[in-house]
Structures are given as C-alpha cells and as structure tokens.
Design a binder for this molecule. Structure first.
Ligand code: GLY
Ligand code: MN
Ligand code: MN
Length: 436
C-alpha cells in the first residue's frame, strides 16, 4: 500500500498556503548510534515524512510560500560504493521525479544554497527547539544572510515553528492515511487474537511479545509502533512496564498494550485477559467496569463533542464502580471532585493517533477543549489498577485492567478501527477456550 505522490504534493501546497509567505526548512530525523558502530533502525521524522513519503536519512525539505510555491528536497547523492554496503539510495535526480519535488539537490549543497534561498524571505519556519544541532545550524544560516544586509539583502525577521501548521494538517486524517491506519489496526487486532490463543500458565511474557513481532512483520508492518507492554499479574499495575520477562501464572490477568506501525502509521491497542482463559469473579467485576467505562467514553466520540467528553464519561463510570466495589468510600460527586478515583485510574482516557502514537495536534484551543471533527483519530483507553493495600479487599489485589481502542471520528458518530480484537468477557473466553 503506497501513497500516491500527488497526495504529498497537495500537502506541501497546502502547507505553503498556510504559511502564506516565507521559507520553511524541515529536516528528517538523524540516525542514532546504539553502541559503537551499530545504529538504531532509522525512523524518519513524522513531520518530514508527512510532506513527502521519502524514507532516507540525511534529507531536508524546503518549502517556499508565495504566488508560485516551490518545494525542494536535499538528499544523499547516489554512491555506488556506499550502496554496496547500505543499499539503494535515490539520489537527487530520481528523488525529485519519484517524490514530485520542483527541484532536488545534494545534501552537500545545502549550506550554500539555503543561504541564497533565505535571502529576502520575510519569515523563516523550522521546527524551533526540536533539535539543538539543527537550531544552531539554521540560526547560523540566518546570521549569514544577515551579514549580507549591507548589499541590500533582507534577512527573515520572523521566526516561526513549522510544526504548528503541519500539526493542524496532521490532525485531520485524509482517506489515504486512513487506509494505512486501518491496515495497522487490522494487523494489530490480529496480533492480539493470536496472543490470546498463545497464552497459558508457565509461558513467559516475552514469549507472548514474540507473537506480536511475528504477526506484525509477517503482514508487512514496519515495526512495533512503541515498545510492547506485556504485563502479567501485578505487573499490569506498572503503567509503563516493558520488562516483559516474568512467568505467567494461573489465575492472573495479562495486560497487553501493543500495536504496529504500518506505512508510518501507528495502531495502539490494549487488551486484558485471564492467563488461564477464564475470569475469576473479582477480575470479571473490574474488567466489566472498565469495559462499561470504555463504552460510555466511545459513545461520546462524535463530531461537535469536545476532547474531554470521553474522559469525563469514563471517569464517571469508573468512579461509580469504585464505590460499588467498595474500593472507595464517599459520594460520586465527592470522589470525582476531590480526585480520589485517581488512586486507581491515574491516566487520561486517550490521545491523538497517527504517524506518532501520541500524535500531533493541540487538545485545547484558546483555553477550551477542542471540538472533535470528522477525520480525527484518537484512542479510548480507560483502566483500573489496584495495588495491594490494607484498605483494599485482597480479592482485588494486583488486578490491573486497561482496554484501548483506536477510534475515528466520522460525520455521524465514530468508527472503532480496532474492532477485530475481542473484548467482551464472552468473546475472550470463547476464543481462549478454542486454544489447542
Ligand atoms: N501505548 C501507549 C499509550 O497507550 O498511550
Ligand atoms: Mn494509547
Ligand atoms: Mn497503548
């Protein structure tokens, strides 16, 4: 599944029109050393990639706004010697053609050309503060332009963050992006099904993590979109647990937060299920409470509702459940007001999802929660995490539950992209009863 270059060209034109005037410099990510001469797998910068689909390192996009907007690419040269070691690289000529730029140049020409391009531009856009090295390089170029002012050249006098207009564009997913997100969601849902079927007491968390890696790569996903959380028993109460090295025990729950990146886009799914395939009474109570909270939150995902409405709905259901289960004492309004519920539900109910798992886009505008609009994609992920404590019934100790789905806002409500990952008690128990 490849995005047509015309989509990227249209995005660069839209960006130029949002800038109105000036020049933008958008570098991709830098390669990161893991140890000695080994690098982490290269992952492009999401803002850069959104505008071109070009996945090589050492590349920079330049967009010049105005009556005749222009978009330029600086990238690595062809290099037959390096290509023997590291593989194919486009080189400027082929990259210009394949990715639809007005012109493309060697990355080695950047220092010289960019100073010429910045001359007489009123505004300079770049990802201000995203990377100290790029900040100082770009300000260095700016100073070179300023040094020419006596020959009548004007230097940009407005510095702006290019991420702001790109973030606004990224927030509303276009059809070609949604196709990739649906695929990421499908592959990840399938991986959760496989994990449920592979789980049994005596296996280790990492063996179940391996089922995810297997399914992701088998279906052409790039990589996990984030480090998978595979947390048996009390480990589920550690929100960012990534040790994934404990043995799974009969009678415990297993919480898995894992999703793949496909074509650059993330899925983000959490499921919680019993290691032995059957929920105990107290596990079922907490699980059903979280599921009810999630349903209430998803009902609030609709065009025109504001960002915080799903969270407020989830908190209300969870807080009532905490009272009903005897985890908390007081009144519903009281424990919401004073925040007591946070002892068992300490995170928020979701975030934007897209090229980044915690995707671009503001949650508030002018001090108010943002209105949901068709094309936005968010996660809905309530949870309940009960650590051992003297004032909590022992039956609930170490029960940690989160249920997370990826939800697209549509014109008439919403669509759950991750619906193929089972989540009702009956669906989970039926799938797990089927294990061979
Ligand atoms: N997996 C990261 C998150 O749920 O936010
Ligand atoms: Mn999430
Ligand atoms: Mn997650």
């Amino acid at each position: 599944m490849k995005t047509d270059i015309s989509h990227y060209q249209a995005r660069r034109l839209e960006l130029a029109s949002r800038m109105a005037e000036g020049i933008a410099i958008i570098p991709t990510a830098s390669e990161k050393v893991r140890n000695r001469d080994c690098h982490y797998p290269f992952r492009f910068d999401s803002h850069f990639y959104y505008l071109c689909g070009f996945a090589e390192p050492e590349a920079v996009i330049v967009v010049i706004a105005g009556d005749t907007p222009q978009s330029l690419l600086f990238c690595r040269d062809k290099d037959p010697e390096r290509e023997i070691w590291d593989g194919f690289r486009y080189g400027p000529a082929a990259a210009q053609e394949m990715f639809g730029f007005d012109a493309a140049y060697s990355i080695h020409d950047l220092d010289q050309r960019i100073v010429e391009l910045m001359a007489d531009q009123p505004a300079l856009y770049f990802p201000v503060g995203a990377d100290a090295e790029w900040d100082s390089r770009i300000v260095g170029w700016l100073n070179q332009v300023r040094a020419q002012t006596r020959s009548g050249i004007m230097a940009p006098d407005q510095l702006r963050d290019i991420r702001q207009p790109i973030d606004e564009m990224r927030l509303i997913k276009r059809p070609e992006e949604l196709a990739l997100m649906r695929r990421a969601a499908d592959i990840s849902s399938q991986a959760h099904r496989r994990a449920m079927q592979a789980t049994r007491a005596g296996r280790f968390e990492y063996e179940i993590e391996a089922e995810f890696l297997h399914t992701f790569r088998r279906h052409g996903a790039d990589a996990p979109a984030y480090t998978s959380i595979v947390a048996g028993g009390g480990n589920a109460c550690v929100l960012h647990y990534i040790g994934n090295n404990a043995e799974l025990r009969d009678g415990d729950l297993l919480l898995i937060d894992a999703g793949c990146e496909y074509g650059g886009y993330a899925a983000d799914i959490t499921r919680t299920f019993p290691v032995n395939g059957t929920f105990t009474g107290p596990q079922k109570d907490v699980y059903q409470l979280v599921l009810d909270a999630q349903s209430a939150a998803i009902e609030q995902v609709a065009s025109g509702r504001h960002w915080n409405q799903p969270h407020e709905a989830a908190v209300k259901v969870l807080a009532q459940g905490m009272l009903d289960l005897g985890l908390l004492k007081g009144t519903l309004d009281g424990i919401i007001e004073n925040g007591d519920y946070r002892r068992f539900y300490m995170h928020r109910t979701g975030h934007w999802l897209g090229l980044d798992v915690h995707d671009a886009g503001e949650y508030k505008q002018h001090g108010h929660w943002r209105e949901l609009q068709p094309g936005m994609v968010l996660t809905v992920e309530p949870g309940c995490y009960i650590r051992p404590a003297d004032d909590v019934a022992e039956a609930f100790w170490n029960i940690g539950v989160r249920i997370e789905d990826d939800v697209l806002v549509t014109t008439d409500g919403c669509t759950v992209l991750t619906h193929d990952a089972p989540k009702s008690v009956a669906e989970i128990e039926a799938l797990m009863a089927d294990r061979t």
